[in-house]
Design a protein around this ligand. Sequence first.
Ligand code: ADP
Length: 207
Amino acid sequence: LLLDTQLSAEQSEYLTMLKNCTEALLTLVNDILDFSKIEAGKINLDAIEFKLPESLRDTLRPLSFRASEKGLELARSVPPGVPEYLIGDPGRLRQIILNVVGNAIKFTAKGKVAVQVDVDSQGEDHVLLHFAVRDTGIGIPPEKQQIIFDPFRQVDGSTTRRYGGTGLGLAISSQLVRLMGGRIWVESVLGQGSTFHFTARFGLGRY
Ligand code: ADP
């Protein structure tokens, strides 16, 4: 509200800084809360019906805005064989996608980020989906490809690091993926890009 009032250029600059810092702090607090909740086994996943293509489109909308600001293309592909109506926790799925795709955009300076969903396996009343998020970014050296899923771990842990973040996003995503009966892993070539994969199990809704 204050930002919408009449301000000098200097005031508006400081206020914008204040707003950005507050948002960063809020993200940090939320990440820490989420992480400790999961660690304490206090997170219950919802089992509600949702439509995957729409949920994915809504999740990616704010991210495609961020991608286009950086001149990146954000593509998504959900082939026709993937069931549309799923039963699961769309809010937590959204959180995983926001983290992994958000990272892909953050660590890519030019090129493309692509999200692909496929069926890994399917039973009578459930499906295991495979999500792949491919980027053309900085890549991750082989010896760091495992530790980035640990809490507070980042490829560049120095205080002068270029990219912000808490190092909690992937730790939270791994735990959520585990709660969804899946796993998460990465394939990457330094300097060429990374593909983050995760699987998650859902009930099948009506067709
Ligand atoms: P944060 O992004 O807040 O640091 P994450 O747990 O989400 O925390 O990621 C941990 C680290 O993994 C990042 O700091 C970065 O070093 C590395 N990383 C994650 N995604 C990518 C990616 N797409 N490309 C390159 N490095 C990545």
